[in-house]
Design a binder for this molecule. Structure first.
Ligand code: ADP
Ligand code: MG
Length: 400
């Protein structure tokens, strides 16, 4: 994989560099240019590559997606507020193109001076970006490539997708990995190939079915797999416990039972949970042993005894990967499990990785010190698929 330093060594002064960035940030939408970015973590993570290119005199043309618009322009998914926030962070103007590859994008790009930055509108406003038809994607990639001389992929959060702006475009212009992608690959590779032991994985989040593949792939390689979140209830059901109204994937119970049998003592499940009959901000949140979940209640967080057990395992880890919150952390009565686990991971002396997505959002929302983790991935799905050992289209495209 060729990286940005190699490109900078070749020289980029005056060259148009198309940077695919991951700027998929939460936006509070208001009409008339009043929308605001509510969490700029991903924009900040994109700065090193953009700043290095500017400093080297490139004409920086950034493209990105935001949310899931339906293949057509939609003001709610406009990157305009991202352009404003990016300009603040760069302390430099960002020329915003109101279309993606149309006349405005072409004009904005042709007006760039060396070291200037432009952001073109959401690539997903064009249905060809995510099309299953290779020819359609190739046609869109050709129009994107026409805006640039060189391509840099810095959108780790999108490398698991074979989309035009992360995959097809690499066939048309010389392509390089940006700093963010290079760092993600380096860090995540270390726990895939040769993790320091004990290697502990903490998994949570909503659905087991989303994470089954990663569980089966990790089991032979991990020393401990701590399971919390909504997904733990299917495992508890597989042990014969009744889980009341908790999240349960009935058709996964057999698979979970097999995983538990294969795992020996590697999989650690909660011993107590926080229950409620409603998800709301002022819920009582009683704690019960997992064997005593009432039939009319939901398990919405791991309990304090489980947090202690998990924290003890976490403290011994020499390397650790965490994906998925331990409870419905968005509501204070159910946030303690996620906070407790996040704090235990932050205090762990081993090499600690937070696997993006909602776990990274939880770290920020619960005000756990971000610098206490060795790495917070910017890609949820991408980091999970990488750790699972899958080939990611956007990365293999940079290799060939
Ligand atoms: P990630 O993005 O980190 O991979 P997921 O998207 O799989 O995680 O799941 C995150 C969601 O899981 C959060 O919105 C959280 O509220 C929810 N969740 C966690 N625990 C539970 C639970 N016990 N019951 C229902 N939902 C849960
Ligand atoms: Mg998620």
């Amino acid at each position: 994989m060729r990286n940005l330093d190699e490109l900078l060594a070749e020289g980029v002064k005056g060259r148009r560099v198309l940077v695919r960035a991951d700027l998929n940030t939460p936006i509070s939408y208001k009409p008339n240019d009043a929308s605001r970015v509510t969490d700029d973590g991903r924009i900040r993570a994109s700065l090193p590559t953009i700043e290095a290119l500017r400093a080297a005199g490139a004409k920086v043309v950034i493209c990105a997606h935001l949310g899931r618009p339906k293949g057509a322009p939609d003001p709610e998914f406009s990157l305009a507020p991202v352009a404003r926030r990016l300009a603040e962070l760069l302390k430099a103007p960002v020329a915003f193109a109101a279309d993606t590859v149309g006349p405005d994008a072409q004009k904005v790009v042709s007006n760039l001076a060396d070291g200037d930055v432009a952001l073109i509108e959401n690539v997903r406003f064009d249905a060809r970006e995510t099309s299953k038809d290779e020819k359609e994607r190739a046609a869109f990639a050709t129009e994107l490539a026409a805006l640039a001389d060189v391509y840099v992929d810095d959108a780790f959060g999108a490398v698991h997708r074979a989309h035009a702006s992360v995959y097809d475009v690499t066939r048309l212009v010389p392509s390089y990995a940006g700093y963010l992608v290079a760092r993600e690959v380096q860090v995540l590779s270390s726990i895939v190939t040769d993790p320091a032991r004990p290697f502990v994985v903490v998994l949570g989040g909503a659905k087991v079915s989303d994470k089954l593949a990663v569980i089966s792939s990790l089991l032979p390689r991990v020393d401990k797999l701590l399971v919390g979140g909504g997904m733990c209830f299917t495992f508890l059901a597989a042990q014969g416990l009744s889980v009341g109204k908790s999240l349960l994937e009935e058709d996964m119970i057999d698979t979970c039972r097999t995983l538990l049998q294969d795992a020996g003592d590697k999989i650690v499940l909660p011993s107590d949970v926080v229950i409620s009959d409603k998800i709301h901000h002022h819920a009582e949140g009683d704690v019960v042993p997992v064997a005593d979940i009432p039939s009319d209640q939901m398990g919405l967080d791991i309990g304090p005894e489980t947090v202690k057990t998990f924290a003890t395992e976490i403290a011994q880890a020499k390397s650790l990967f965490w994906n998925g919150p331990m409870g419905v952390f968005e509501y204070a009565p159910f946030a303690n499990g996620t906070r407790g686990v996040a704090e235990a991971i932050a205090a762990c002396d081993g090499f600690t990785i937070v696997g993006g997505g909602d776990s990274a959002a939880a770290v920020r929302a619960l005000n756990v010190e971000e610098s206490a983790f060795d790495h917070i991935s910017t890609g949820g799905g991408a980091s999970l698929e990488f750790v699972e050992g899958k080939t990611l289209p956007g990365l293999s495209a940079l290799d060939s």
